[in-house]
Design a protein around this ligand. Structure first.
Ligand code: 5GP
Length: 141
């Protein structure tokens, strides 16, 4: 395993060099919509600290990511009238990880509707903007 590369796309999103549909931010975490969602509301939760994956993240940062993922999951259930939530985290390319900054996928699912395959279709920006608004409203309670 090699080290953390601060030129990865999520590091650029964190630094504001690349735009994203942000739905939540804490002192340790940042959450934004996946640009190729596998379900409506598919959100990525990342630590602000530089970490490639589960193998190098600190326990405290991982706990912070998990806490945010739980809040995102509850909000996504409400915002997308979901029936369940899938959480996924891949560490290292052999596992399927493509972006080498730790991220937890939070994917709301509806009964009987399969997830889209990973990383296939870029969502319409207006749709993502609407989904971000729904998530932000649900997070606000
Ligand atoms: P991984 O396989 O590394 O767990 O998944 C990376 C995820 O990042 C994929 O679901 C992909 O759609 C998403 N993604 C890749 N590039 C971008 C981007 O520039 N912006 C956003 N919001 N998501 C991205």
């Amino acid at each position: 395993m090699t080290g953390y590369d601060d030129q990865n796309i999520f590091a650029k999103i964190l630094r504001g060099e690349i735009p994203s549909f942000k739905v939540d931010e804490t002192d340790r975490t940042f959450a934004f919509l996946d640009i190729m969602p596998r379900s409506p509301g598919h959100t990525l939760v990342i630590p602000k600290a530089p970490a490639r994956g589960i193998l190098d993240i600190t326990e405290d940062d991982l706990a912070a990511v998990a806490r945010t993922a739980k809040r995102i999951a509850i909000a996504a259930m409400k915002a997308f009238s979901a029936d369940g939530i899938i959480i996924q985290q891949f560490s290292e390319p052999a596992s399927g990880q493509v972006v080498l900054h730790l991220h937890m996928h939070v994917m709301p699912v509806r009964e009987g509707i399969a997830l889209l395959p990973a990383q296939t279709v870029k969502a319409d920006m207006d749709v993502l903007a609407d989904h971000a608004r729904r998530m932000i409203a649900a997070l606000a309670g």
